[in-house]
Design a binder for this molecule. Sequence first.
Ligand code: NIG
Ligand code: FE
Length: 409
Amino acid sequence: MLLSNIHRLYGVHEQSRFLEGSDQASLPFLENAWLRIRGERIGSYGTMADFPEDVQDAWIIDASGRMVLPAFCDAHTHVVFAGSREAEFVEKIGGGTYAEIAAKGGGILSTMQAVRAASEQELFEASWHRIRRMMEQGTGAMEIKSGYGLDLKNELKLLRVIRRIREQAPIPVRATFLGAHAFPPDYRNNREAYVDLVIREMIPAITSEGLADYIDVFCEQGFFTVDQSRRILHAGLDLGLKPKIHANQLSSSGAVQLGVELDALSVDHLEQLTPNDIQALKDSTVIPTVLPGAAYFLRSAYPPARAMLDAGLGLAIATDYNPGSAPSGNMWFTIQLACIQMRMTPAEAFNGATINGACAMEVADHAGSIREGHLANLILTQPLPNLESIPYAFGENPVHKVMIRGMWV
Ligand code: NIG
Ligand code: FE
């Protein structure tokens, strides 16, 4: 298959590396281009001035006026869940806060109950439907966390559903164990016993089945302390799980410094980031991942993306798709928020959602940019003049078609 007359072919990065500081502002593209797909991978590409000659038996698709972009790499989701939380949404409209609702046993614990009540098959079907939808909207790789089971049996159930998704979905999927997402009701007055359960039973059981790539902790006031988080993440590291941390969502709590100390793959959220936190990240290779949909939905401050980029940091941006703080897997909307609310340029936001997201889930060698040999996971847009026109015309759907592994979805 060959796409011809592509108005702009974006994301032709020369290397698959994490982009930081001013490098994140550059999203290289070819104007008036062609792109060859070989099976499920990207073949060669170039400009129409050197159109290949050996195309007699290729299926040529005319992409005149349209742009081609690498599919999104959504490096932070909780897309495997049951139930939904519209009642809390309305409560929050009326003034309730995320922390208040959680303290009353709502929030994560209400989804925990729905997950415990659901069978593996029900969870799979509900999640599969959401993931199909995300792919149709242009997502071509994703990370998925457990964290709504909060006991051994149900955390295993969630991770087995994620394994099944990984086996059956055509996109790269990474699995993260988030047993330390909240304290379940039985342990409300004995939090240390839950930390012990995570360390002594859950982590060994999960790693012995090879069910997770990463380990995450909600390190936050009212949730897991820095000390508890450190012990849990160390236990994961000892059994081969790299840390990713829910850090500085509600307060600047030391979670960022913990990520730096443990050389975490990423620290995520970062709504409450001090200049000290930015400096700590500067002195590390930890990837800052921001989730503007969660800040939008909870009406919180947005992460200081501009200050971070200007300090020379790079950012990944992800949806955080979950029933409580970001009930949407739409990366277009995430990018619009990044541009409008966080003052990221369109190129910075797209790089955050593609190549940098790929780095935050370690798939950049085969996803997140247009390079020979990468998976043919791409977005063919509606006729549009340039990348900037996408966040500019907010709320529009720029997708004409999405290709995953060389097939239109
Ligand atoms: O990333 N902050 C912790 N976890 C999720 C929300 C989970 C939920 O409310 O169900 C987040 O925002
Ligand atoms: Fe999250």
